[in-house]
Design a binder for this molecule. Structure first.
Ligand SMILES: Cc1cc2nc3c(=O)[nH]c(=O)nc-3n(C[C@H](O)[C@H](O)[C@H](O)COP(=O)(O)OP(=O)(O)OC[C@H]3O[C@@H](n4cnc5c(N)ncnc54)[C@H](O)[C@@H]3O)c2cc1C
Length: 432
């Protein structure tokens, strides 16, 4: 195959076919690894220099782990994979006919880079359902900045509660509202309850952090809609035991600096967190390809949207049987591997006829210490053994050995002492 890339790229003349992967998340990295033996130039582009293990972001937001423990530098892949290079840049557009992408590097330098194969793995972004103005009052959780900002907001709320002599203000500061009771909302609420009721319990002389009110709101009639009713009920009971108020079937009407109005009731709160949903990153729409209501590319059974162009992970919409493949890490990883192998075969002139098949490894959510739920098809498990399984699976799937050691040690320390090591309030940049 003649490489178009070499005629266009300002990076360097490419003699080998070039595969560009946009996004160094779960899908992009799995695709890159599946191409490790390909006789091709793999270019992995990400606007961040790190891969984030998003399932543990809520633990950064609640002081259990630090940012570095749930992230890994994408550039390290260059060490391990000789045919791969990494570019820190934001992709801003693509021309699928010309087979080029446009990217802007950190210094602001714009680049047009040619490709022979393109894999779009740009993931998703938080959705405020058309009310983006809420972002300043109700931060969401998608990257390390978000997690640190939420951590700061939570810790500052306790400090403000301790410093004020106004009873109403103290109550407002000690009330935390989470909007959205999917897995992220549930995990965050439970971890916040543990923080307030255990870790911080004896840290304040003039307030009792255990008095904190944690409200988990959802417009649906039950929490954890992607789990069975049985799991959802079991988790609701568990949350109540932890002191979390679960309020379902209410729509949030407004959010401002004073709190939330939901179902006609005002809840006074200094900390409202948005855990309500995601839409695809804007890149699929930018490509001018058909997308669904959430901006995900409608891919064919080979995860393709055009000849030699693939979209995977949270940015793609694909169904299996009657069911949509869920927007979870496992799906992104399996799609990345599948597309990587497909391209590797195409590069040696073989045709791939097997379409993508998602293998459901199960869905898990952890609800505080010693309790998690697992659902796989009709199989349902919960309790301490499931929690241990959850911990084991997460340790194993963390990106590097270093992360695994660090997370394991932090968890052990927190488990034994109930302390959390990352209780840092981020300082605003200032003159000193
Ligand atoms: C808080 C939270 C908790 C979660 N918990 C779980 C869980 O417990 N289990 C589970 O299976 N899944 C969980 N998920 C979902 C899971 O993380 C996603 O399904 C998965 O990350 C999708 O992988 P991806 O490769 O499609 O995208 P991502 O992993 O999000 O990666 C996308 C990458 O693309 C890059 N990118 C985006 N746009 C551009 C651009 N224009 N230019 C350059 N780079 C770009 C981003 O910087 C990012 O690195 C959770 C998600 C969140 C947010």
């Amino acid at each position: 195959m003649a490489s178009k890339a070499g005629t266009i790229t300002p990076l360097k003349m490419a003699r080998k076919p070039r595969v560009i992967i946009i996004g160094g998340g779960f899908g992009g990295i799995a695709a890159a690894r599946a191409l490790r033996n390909a006789d091709a130039e793999i270019l992995l582009i990400d606007r961040r220099n790190h891969h984030i293990f998003q399932p543990l972001l809520y633990q950064v937001a609640t002081s259990v782990l630090s940012s570095a423990e749930v992230a890994a530098p994408i550039r390290e892949l260059e060490v391990r994979q000789k045919n791969l290079s990494v570019l820190l840049a934001e992709v801003t557009g693509a021309n699928l006919t010309e087979r080029t992408i446009d990217a802007v590097a950190p210094a602001g330098e714009a680049r047009r880079i040619g490709f022979d194969h393109l894999i779009v793995a740009t993931g998703s972004i938080p959705s405020y359902f058309g009310h983006d103005e809420l972002v300043s009052h109700a931060p969401s959780l998608k990257n390390l900045n978000h997690a640190e900002r939420i951590r700061t907001k939570i810790l500052v709320a306790f400090e403000r509660a301790a410093a004020t002599s106004d009873e109403g203000e103290r109550e407002r500061c000690m009330t935390f509202v989470l909007v959205g009771a999917g897995a992220t909302g549930v995990e965050l609420a439970a971890s916040l309850a543990d923080l307030a009721k255990s870790t911080l319990r004896r840290n304040f002389r003039y307030i009792n952090p255990a008095d904190a009110r944690i409200v988990l709101l959802d417009g649906a009639d039950r929490i954890l809609p992607s789990f069975s009713m049985q799991a959802s009920d079991a988790v609701a009971i568990r949350l109540k035991k932890l002191g979390v108020e679960v309020v379902t079937g209410v729509k949030v009407e407004t959010v401002d600096e004073n709190g939330v109005v939901a179902g006609g009731n005002h809840i006074s709160s200094a900390t409202v967190l948005w855990t309500a949903g995601v839409v695809a990153s804007p890149i699929p729409r930018m490509l001018g390809i058909p997308t669904d209501h959430a901006g995900r590319a409608l891919v064919d059974p080979f995860m393709r949207v055009a000849p030699h162009v693939f979209v995977i992970g949270d940015a793609a919409s694909i169904t299996q049987g009657q069911h949509p493949v869920p927007g979870v890490a496992q799906a992104a990883i399996q799609q990345g591997r599948y597309v990587g192998r497909l391209i590797a075969k195409e590069l040696i002139g073989r045709t791939v006829e097997t379409t993508f098949r998602y293998f459901d490894l199960g869905n898990m959510a952890v609800v505080g210490k010693n309790y998690a739920v697992l659902q796989r098809g009709s199989l349902h498990a919960s309790g301490i053994l499931t929690w241990l399984l959850w911990a084991f699976v997460h340790i194993l799937t963390l990106p590097r050995l270093q992360n695994r050691f660090r997370v394991q040690n932090q968890w052990l320390w927190s488990y034994l002492t109930r302390q959390r090591s990352s209780r840092l309030i981020r300082e605003e940049p200032g003159p000193t």
